[in-house]
Structures are given as C-alpha cells and as structure tokens.
Design a protein around this ligand. Structure first.
Ligand code: APR
Length: 245
C-alpha cells in the first residue's frame, strides 16, 4: 500500500491540473453513514420510498422523518482528515477543484474553496409553493415537514432521484473532467449516474485516475489506473504529506 501512496503522491506532484471526485465514503469517518455497503442508509430507508422526488411530493412528512435524522447526524459532524487533506492540496496549488456528490458541506468547512456540489446542498431549502429560500439553521425541525410563511412545504436543495443535476454543476464538472490530468476518486461506489461517468470522461481525456476506497468498485478494473485500498482519512493525509515534502 505504501508504494501505491508514494506513486499517487508522485503523480500529484507531476500533475498540472488535478481534481477530486468524492462520495459518501469520505464523510463516513466524520460519523455520517454512507448509502451503500455495511450500515448503509439505504439498508434502513428504501431509496425508492425515501429518496425520489415522487416519494417526497406524495408523502413529505414520511421523507422529512428520514431527512431530519440525516440533518441531525450531519449537524454533529466535523470535517475529517480526508477533507482537510484535500483542502491542504488545494491551498498548495496541487488540487484545482473538488466535485462532490455529498450534501454535507464538509469540504467547505474543511477549507476547500472550489467545490462543485453535484447533488446540491443540504444547507439551503426552497418552498415548493412560492420558491422562497431558507437556510437550514433557520429551520425548526421539531415540526416536520417545515413550512414556509406562505404555507408551502420546504424541500432541501439536494438532488432527489428523478431530479436533474443542477445545470451549472453538471457543466463545470464535465469541463473539469475533460481538462484534468489527474483525478482522485475518493469514497464512491460509482453506481449513480451521471456522477459515475466523471472518472471515465477524465480517463478518456488522458487523465490518470487514482481511486481510494475500502473495496473495489466498477471503476477499479475498468477505469482506475491506481487503486489504493483503505480509509480515505488515513490515505489522503499520507499523500498530502508526501506532496508537501
Ligand atoms: N474511506 C474510503 N472509502 C470508504 C470509506 C472510507 N472510510 N467508507 C466507505 N467507503 C466507500 C464504500 O466502500 C463505498 O464504495 O465509500 C463508498 C460509498 O458509496 P455510497 O454509499 O454508494 O455513496 P456514493 O457513491 O456517494 O453514492 C452516490 O447515491 O444515494 C445517492 O445521492 C446519493 O450522492 C449519493 C449517490
């Protein structure tokens, strides 16, 4: 493993335009459960019943019970060493952007500045009736679903299954994937599209792809040039430390 970490650091040093794509796995060491794999959120809540826009519209109270649990977990979470390592690499000028599938804002809280939120953000909510905007810290989650002063139901600005990716995020992410010469893929099962097509776009555009995950994914044998098995919170700080020296 050590030689793979050293190779990843070498590639990062050589790169002119490195970016990262992150998934729920990078936030597991912050205490936020991933969706798939052991103790995955989708084992507890069927995504067909809780994570589609149709489910939300047909039973907002039921979906808000799951959302409330998720918000309470995210509220207690702090960025971990993996988030901080990516922020450090950006500060060193060795990482241009993080494209994240996560909605927990932990990359921004760790200090990353160029973050593309591919699946939106849990920080803000929109009224389904009048379009009014709210911040999560101003919402009292004791009464769910939270209502707008107009009486409309508030929906988090996260992408539910069946909703489009925010157009700006989609455009920026694909442009970055085409332009990068190194892509770090961290903590994603690579099962949800179009996010999962980003590594293939990067590779087809000539980038080296380094994948960090506890276990192999559909990318590992098809797309990744280098697979480093283990925890992001242990591997990324080691890579950042080697890049610094
Ligand atoms: N370090 C590295 N990888 C980890 C760690 C860790 N500490 N813990 C878990 N992982 C890996 C798992 O092995 C798995 O491959 O992170 C991945 C998490 O996969 P998912 O739970 O499927 O999360 P993600 O890939 O981000 O899901 C994509 O699906 O449900 C939708 O919108 C949701 O954005 C999410 C999308």
């Amino acid at each position: 493993m050590r030689d793979r970490i050293e190779r990843a650091a070498e590639w990062l040093k050589e790169s002119e335009f490195a970016i990262a794509l992150t998934g729920a796995g990078i936030s597991v060491e912050s205490g936020i459960p991933a969706f798939r794999g052991s103790q995955g959120l989708w084992d507890k809540y069927d995504p067909a019943e809780y994570a589609t826009i149709e489910a939300f519209m047909s039973d907002p109270f039921k979906v808000w019970k799951m959302l409330k649990e998720l918000y309470e977990t995210v509220r207690r979470a702090e960025p971990n060493a993996a988030h901080r390592a990516l922020a450090e690499l950006e500060a060193m000028g060795k990482l241009r952007a993080v494209i994240t599938q996560n909605v927990d804002s932990l990359h921004q809280r760790a200090g990353s500045r160029n973050v593309i939120e591919f699946h939106g953000s849990g920080e803000t909510l929109t009224c389904l009736s009048c379009g009014g905007k709210f911040r999560i810290e101003d919402i009292d989650l004791e009464n769910i679903p939270p209502l707008c002063h107009c009486g409309g139901i508030l929906k988090p600005d996260v992408v539910f299954f069946g909703e489009p990716i925010p157009p700006e995020a989609l455009k920026s992410a694909f442009e970055l994937a085409e332009r990068c010469d190194l892509l770090l893929v961290v903590g994603t099962s690579a099962q949800v599209y179009p996010a999962a097509s980003i590594p293939r776009i990067a590779r087809d555009s000539g980038a080296r792809v380094v994948e960090i995950n506890l276990e192999p994914t559909p990318l590992t044998h098809e797309v990744s040039h280098l697979f480093i098995e283990g925890k992001a919170g242990e591997i990324l700080p080691e890579i950042a430390q080697l890049v610094k020296t």
